[in-house]
Design a protein around this ligand. Structure first.
Ligand code: ZN
Length: 217
């Protein structure tokens, strides 16, 4: 379990306020956490607090239909920021009507808010309070402003200290994007077209890392 170290409830509320005002570069410095007299709040507790506070005004629950890898119709649940709720509904409607296959769309809570567990299970999701991998910055997912699709087949790849980091860890087969395989998001993919038409940025277009599953606004 990851720990978010704060001094007291007020600190936590200030963090929430910064998140709400979209100052998403909130820093959790090691020096701060090492300072004397700090109380520790575990990650899930912060997650729940943020979830309830942001949820009141800024998050929307979305219920979608999607076509699974079994070609059957499935129900999915997403939590997104209200600013992208209409976009995401329209995109999922078009994906469904085009019979675009998305395996699972489940609450991250079903994976105890563990992104690696969700990704390795190929779950598609949106809101989750978390930091950008290898940084102390709050992810766009922490704002509900990003959506990840078919995560196992579209991993997040970055070189860290000279070594290739792959998330989820079981996605090594899908790192080489020149290979042909099902559920691969690329520039010809319908997901890419719909999200970018709605003004989203695709993580596969980033240069410092590649996040093929990721669309954010
Ligand atoms: Zn993402």
């Amino acid at each position: 379990m990851r720990l978010l170290i704060v001094k007291d409830e007020n600190d936590l509320r200030n963090i929430v306020k910064k998140v709400l005002s979209r100052n998403i570069t909130v820093q959790m410095s090691r020096e701060w956490s090492r300072s004397a007299g700090l109380h520790q709040y575990d990650f899930l507790r912060c997650f729940r607090l943020l979830h309830s506070e942001i949820g009141n005004d800024h998050l929307r629950y979305i219920h979608v239909l999607h076509v699974g890898f079994d070609n059957q119709v499935h129900e999915g649940e997403l939590v997104v920021n209200k600013d992208i709720a209409d976009d995401v509904l329209e995109i999922f409607k078009e994906l469904y009507e085009s019979e675009y296959q998305i395996e699972k769309v489940r609450f991250i809570d079903e994976y105890d808010a563990d992104d690696e567990a969700s990704m390795s299970d190929n779950n598609s999701s949106a809101f989750n309070f978390r930091f950008i991998s290898h940084t102390t910055k709050i992810s766009k997912h922490g704002m509900g402003m990003a959506v990840d699709i078919n995560t196992l087949y579209n991993p997040y790849v970055k070189t860290v200290d000279g070594e290739l980091s792959i998330e989820p860890a079981n996605a090594a087969d899908y790192v080489d994007r020149s290979r042909d395989f099902s559920h691969k998001i690329d520039h010809d993919d319908l997901c890419y077209k719909l999200f970018t038409e709605h003004g989203f940025e695709w993580g596969g277009d980033w240069t410092h890392s590649k996040d093929y599953q990721h669309f954010e606004k």
